[in-house]
Design a protein around this ligand. Structure first.
Ligand code: NI
Ligand code: MN
Length: 233
């Protein structure tokens, strides 16, 4: 059974049979975490260069030899910083792995690296086929109509959507996003981290369950969700 770990904010990991895919590894400075987990991922997906997503990617990759996957510009930055195992991808591109595949899709946001705001390419989201279940990590984004097309070509089992507002879509637009994406399960993210974010996901959960077809799973940071084999809910 696949375990989907949530570390707060936009940081998740998918784990099954010694395969671990980590997404947006924001650990140091992540107020949702009291301790930093020791992880040995095979692959780290990066949605963009902002510190609350790029986070500890270089350090974890340096320690574990994990591959880093992201936009070419962000990967070039990682290379300059000494990372070696890099997978460059752009919108529409798909890479096949033993566990399935990773496809890069757009996100409407920015992507800069560090306080100097170095160019980080474009921000993105990911469609991840992990042992035959389809996950969509939206990254930081506003609502956009092409979500419907993304989900048409690859029906989504579990969507991870930002709901915190200010730097991403908030509850109202995220509900529209759920109706465009039609996932079986939606898990809210990117809320409750900083003062400007929405604190409480309750309204989103209530509205998702009454106004969309999706089941909403709210995850506590530091916990995991056992993804049901049969997602026909
Ligand atoms: Ni961002
Ligand atoms: Mn962010």
């Amino acid at each position: 059974m696949t375990k989907l770990f949530f570390y707060g904010h936009a940081c998740f990991a998918l784990e099954k049979e010694n395969v671990k895919v980590l997404i947006d590894p924001f650990f140091k400075g992540n107020p949702h975490l009291s301790t930093i987990p020791e992880l040995e991922p095979n692959l780290i997906l990066l949605t963009h260069g902002h510190y609350d997503h790029f986070g500890d990617a270089l350090e974890i990759a340096g320690k574990t030899g994990s591959a880093l996957l992201g936009q070419p510009e962000l990967m070039e930055y990682c290379k300059k910083e000494g990372a070696e195992n890099l997978v460059k991808l752009h919108y529409g591109g798909l890479v096949v792995f033993d566990f399935g595949s990773v496809k890069m899709v757009p996100a409407w946001h920015t992507s800069s690296i560090g306080e100097e705001r170095l160019y980080g390419g474009n921000p993105c989201g990911y469609i991840i086929n992990f042992f035959d279940k389809i996950y969509y990590h939206a990254g930081d984004t506003c609502l956009f109509g092409d979500m419907m097309i993304i989900a048409e070509s690859t029906p989504i089992d579990i969507a991870l959507l930002p709901i915190g507002g200010r730097f991403t879509m908030g509850v109202v637009d995220a509900i529209t996003a759920v109706n465009l994406l039609k996932p079986k399960i939606v898990i809210p993210m990117h809320y409750g981290t900083f003062d400007v974010h929405l604190k409480d996901p309750t309204e989103f959960k209530e509205r998702a369950e009454s106004e969309t077809e999706a089941k909403c799973v709210v995850m506590e940071p530091g916990t995991f969700y056992e993804v049901p084999e049969d997602l026909k809910i």
